[in-house]
Design a protein around this ligand. Structure first.
Ligand code: PLP
Length: 468
């Protein structure tokens, strides 16, 4: 019917691609032709589809389409990966980049980034050196390990450890520790990929030493413990300690391996966090190889650390997979600088942002929250009701799942607009602010907002309220 004819007319009225491109290029000379053309086509194609799909659609005018194309150009010209304000209170936020680096690490990255370095060159002998040498001695000094190796991340550390020490052989793991860490990392799947054969023992809630003992046979290569990073089993439970497991392994001429997940060098229990065995303690308990992440509780760059007995670490180093999962020089620079800070625990707690945020007292957060609130009030924002409210921050990063850190948040209640629209507008700022909503209130947890970001947050909130 006439609908079809009128739709055809609407489609014909869409501006010409070539003409739009020329207009944009004349308004903004110097833009790369291919990108402008891409953006124009994308916008016109979306308009065409909309006109075909919607019931009685209104065509966007030429100016509106030009504006859309310019917005897309602007979007493509700005970096995709950019800083955000973390107002979620989740300290090791996996989606927001986990740990922020200490400034010492950033300086070290800068010092080697635009220059040559002795990455794999031994300055004493003038011969080829090892990239791991820059952190291995330091790791051994800090933890008491005999040897150390660093790879791209902890997933790679677990994979290469199993592939080296247990391919084609059995690895005994408790049924209570077959964890999944964020979708793609699941112990049974990683085990399968490594070529090792998973031998599950015990039950979900209780695993005894005798369960491991009964499963040991001629095919056994390793006894393995996996840290329950992101969940806890409570109630009628039993797990075998690292020490008991290592002892049992050694009695049978086997090795004990532990995937520590977050791996902390400092006991955080004096700061109100649940007590977790430190890397040093697990090694002291006799575990032969421990693996953990560099950017969880350690607070350094993304990396997978493998520490333990020299003979086993040497075998892992020689595995050809090592070359495929090795860390780059910038990471190594950041890692070395972060590790150096751990020589003085007090200094580490101050200088490493992740530790600093985790150990920040409620009083300190409250003081900072009052300061941010004053910043916000100076903005004179009649559209919202502002206040302070007690909340709990989280550790995040699949570490210490049950730890609730008492914290203080700025509560923002829009008087007329929806809180959902405000949350979205904050997320869409040039310098995005990521917040959370609880009971119709937007919460900005001040623990994870940096002092330097206070004015950004107040300007951002004003801007978001104007657009939301
Ligand atoms: C986080 C975690 C991993 C994966 O570490 P990545 O550094 O993210 O690769 C593996 N095992 C456990 C127990 C973890 O908590």
């Amino acid at each position: 019917m006439e609908d079809k004819a009128s739709r055809q007319a609407l489609l014909r009225a869409i501006p010409q691609t070539g003409e739009m491109i020329e207009t944009i290029k004349s308004r903004l000379p110097g833009l790369p032709h291919q990108m402008v053309a891409d953006c124009v086509r994308q916008v016109l194609e979306a308009e065409r589809r909309r006109l075909l799909k919607e019931d009685s659609p209104h065509p966007l005018g030429r100016e509106a389409l030009l504006e859309k194309a310019l917005a897309e150009i602007q979007r493509r010209l700005s970096p995709s990966l950019r800083p955000v304000v973390n107002a979620t209170g989740v300290v090791v936020h996996t989606n927001l980049g986990r740990s922020c680096l200490p400034k010492e690490a950033i300086e070290e990255i800068l010092s080697v980034a635009d220059r040559y370095s002795n990455l794999e060159f031994n300055l004493e002998t003038g011969k080829r050196g090892s990239r791991y040498s820059h952190v291995e001695a330091l790791l051994c000094e800090l933890t008491g390990a005999e040897a150390a190796l660093v790879v791209n991340n902890n997933a790679a550390a677990v994979l290469i450890t199993l592939e080296t020490l247990a391919r084609g052989k059995e690895v005994i793991v408790s049924r209570g520790e077959l964890v999944e860490i964020g979708g793609s990392f699941r112990i049974p799947d990683v085990m399968a990929r490594s070529g090792a054969i998973l031998r599950e023992v015990g039950t979900t809630n209780r695993t005894h030493l005798r369960d491991y003992q009964a499963a040991i046979g001629p095919e056994t290569a390793l006894l393995m413990k996996v840290h329950r990073s992101n969940f806890q089993v409570v109630g009628f439970t039993k797990e075998v300690s690292s020490q008991e497991l290592a002892q049992l392994a050694h009695e049978h001429g086997l090795a004990a391996v532990e995937d520590l997940g977050s791996g902390c060098f400092v006991d955080l229990s004096p700061y109100g966090l649940p007590g977790e065995p430190t890397v040093q303690e697990v090694l002291r308990a006799g575990v032969d190889i421990v693996t953990f992440s560099g950017d969880k509780l350690m607070g350094g760059p993304q990396a997978g650390l493998i520490l333990g007995r020299a003979e086993l670490v040497e075998r892992i180093k020689k595995n050809p997979i090592n070359r495929a999962v090795r860390i780059d020089k910038l990471t190594l620079a950041a890692l070395e600088a972060t590790l150096r800070l751990y020589r003085d625990q007090q200094r580490a707690l101050e200088a490493i942002p992740t530790l600093r945020l985790l150990t920040m007292t409620e009083e300190e957060v409250a003081r900072r929250a009052r300061r941010l609130l004053r910043h916000l009030r100076r903005q004179k924002l009649p559209q919202v009701e502002l206040g302070l409210t007690k909340v709990f921050s989280q550790v995040g990063g699949g570490a210490l799942p049950l730890a609730n850190l008492p914290s203080v948040a700025i509560s923002v209640r829009p008087r007329r607009k929806s809180v959902v629209a405000l949350e979205e507008a904050l997320r869409r700022l040039d310098y995005p602010i990521v917040a959370r909503i609880e009971e119709e209130t937007l919460l900005l947890d001040v623990r994870t907002i940096k002092d330097e970001e206070f004015s950004l947050v107040s300007k951002g909130l004003r801007e978001a309220l104007e657009t939301a």
